[in-house]
Write a protein that binds this ligand. Structure first.
Ligand SMILES: NC(=O)c1ccc[n+]([C@@H]2O[C@H](COP(=O)([O-])OP(=O)(O)OC[C@H]3O[C@@H](n4cnc5c(N)ncnc54)[C@H](OP(=O)(O)O)[C@@H]3O)[C@@H](O)[C@H]2O)c1
Length: 248
């Protein structure tokens, strides 16, 4: 039985990923900051998967204390090695930066929520990853290659470089590290109140397949990268965007 840890597992892409693993019979730990969101999601996934092994762990992964808290909760389950770590926690800082201090603060927030959440949780559970066989999956964004997001684009692009280093470090232990770069994914909390029908249509029109992505599209990619059949795939960026941007 596998043990999977999904950050940002309470909503959107992380939630769909956690559900996909749970449906395969995996034990899944979902991590996020809001306990009530995690509890509700865990309950719904348990019902769908018909087993109880979905564990909500509230923690702020942008802090070393939060990452250590999450790792300690995983160890307390006593399940042994961690088979997979999917880093879906993230978001975009949309505050207007009118002066240098605000620029500094906004860039730091985007770096913390998109890079450090993954870096700190990985460091906290690194020694617990299954060797060989462990899987690390980072969720970046089409914005890492297409721009359009300022500090968010830069933070997501940082994950691409780090993934290569981590794949080099962990490859000899039989652990793979890959990135999924989603395009526009509807039915998440990512856009909050800022999504309009016009913006939705504009984003869909940039795809070749004429539809928005759904969290399940990204979950399916994670299921593949986490599988034992994907053991020869590491250090790669998998673009899942309906053809809105091309791999390079
Ligand atoms: N939706 C899209 O179109 C799209 C496109 C490309 C990439 N992405 C990326 O996909 C990932 C998942 O986003 P989503 O679209 O599913 O949006 P979402 O529904 O907003 O999910 C983001 C999740 O991350 C959690 N999170 C944020 N900061 C955290 C922290 N410091 N510690 C722990 N958990 C934290 C949030 O929960 P709490 O608020 O409870 O902590 C939330 O559950 C993100 O990295 C996002 O950048 C999304």
């Amino acid at each position: 039985m596998r043990m999977m840890v999904v950050s940002g597992g309470g909503t959107g892409i992380g939630r769909a990923t956690a559900e996909a693993f749970a449906l395969l019979g995996d034990t899944v730990v979902i991590v996020g900051r809001r306990p009530e969101v995690l509890e509700r999601t865990a309950g719904e996934i348990r019902l769908a998967a018909r087993h109880e092994r979905v564990v909500p762990v509230p923690a702020d992964l942008a802090t070393p204390e939060g990452a250590e808290q999450a790792a300690a909760a995983v160890r307390r389950l006593g399940m042994g090695a961690v088979d997979g770590l999917v880093h879906a926690a993230g978001g975009v800082d949309r505050s207007a930066a009118a002066n240098l201090h605000e620029v500094d603060a906004a860039w730091n927030r985007d770096f913390q929520q998109n890079v450090l959440t993954a870096v700190l949780l990985t460091a906290a559970v690194r020694s617990d990853l299954r060797r060989p066989g462990g899987r690390i999956i980072l969720i970046s964004s089409i914005a890492a290659v297409n721009g359009g997001g300022g500090s968010y684009s830069a933070a997501k692009a940082a994950l691409h470089g780090w993934a290569v280093s981590l794949a080099q470090e962990l490859g000899p232990d039989g652990i793979t590290v890959n990135v999924i770069a989603p395009g526009y994914i509807a039915e998440t909390e990512f856009f909050g109140e800022r999504m309009t029908p016009e913006r939705h249509n504009r984003l869909v029109s940039r795809t070749l397949v004429g539809r928005p992505g759904l969290p399940a599209d990204i979950a399916a990619a994670s299921v593949y990268l986490a599988s034992k059949e994907a053991s020869y795939v590491t250090g790669q960026v998998l673009h899942v965007n309906g053809g809105a941007a091309f791999s390079r």
